[in-house]
Design a protein around this ligand. Sequence first.
Ligand SMILES: Nc1ncnc2c1ncn2[C@@H]1O[C@H](COP(=O)(O)OP(=O)(O)OP(=O)(O)O)[C@@H](O)[C@H]1O
Ligand SMILES: [Mg+2]
Length: 246
Amino acid sequence: MTTLSIQNLEAGYGKVKVLHGISLEVPKGKVVTLIGSNGAGKTTTMRAISGMIRPTAGTISLGVPGEMQRIDGLESHRIARRGIAHSPEGRRVFATMSVTDNLILGAFPRLTRARPRGDVEADLERALQLFPRLKERRTQLAGTLSGGEQQMLAMARAVMLAPEVVLLDEPSMGLAPILVDEVFRIIERLKGEGVTMLLVEQFAAAALAVADYGYVLENGRIATHGDAAKLRVDPSVQAAYLGTAH
Ligand SMILES: Nc1ncnc2c1ncn2[C@@H]1O[C@H](COP(=O)(O)OP(=O)(O)OP(=O)(O)O)[C@@H](O)[C@H]1O
Ligand SMILES: [Mg+2]
């Protein structure tokens, strides 16, 4: 497991700059959450990390302290091979393939990685254990799954990469409350297994409850950051992001 380190990252779309120099650290084995209003740049940050968009300035590195390697500027499939799994916002599944085939595809990027490839069958079993709903529907075409089930499949596929770092962008979006609870249980379990995670969640209070550390993003800048337990009781964070409804 490795640490993800971002320094002075700038990124955007065309001429529009969204991220104005953000720095954040996702230490090995920790869960870090990124909190912010709609349009603050959370998804953009994840896209820049996974290579979906190219940063215009700053550095993104992966490794163990003292031996960090830059990944910014690499193509997204190479970044995936380094061990970054991105479960993107919205559902991205292969509609005309079965649940099982979608999961096996999730393991592909790592098969050419230098480190031992591990056992895809065993990982498939593990992913299906984590997501019992998918296990029941393993032969079903992904496009015929419900929205919530597709969301789980996207998450399970990220896990199949046996990643160093998982980027989870709103994994609970659009899910019924009972499934939201299940998603957070799964995040807890992955955390228990020592998986390094960067988490973006609409339910900021729940995200801070599972996370070790948090960053608050405002208009493409880090406004504040600190231990998750401290942010949870910070009056300004509470007022802006922690509605009493959650
Ligand atoms: N493909 C794109 N082309 C142009 N602008 C974009 C694109 N994607 C996002 N943006 C803009 O970048 C800004 C940041 O968007 P981003 O998706 O990163 O926000 P976010 O923090 O993830 O918000 P949300 O909580 O609504 O998901 C927004 O102003 C958005 O309109
Ligand atoms: Mg977003």
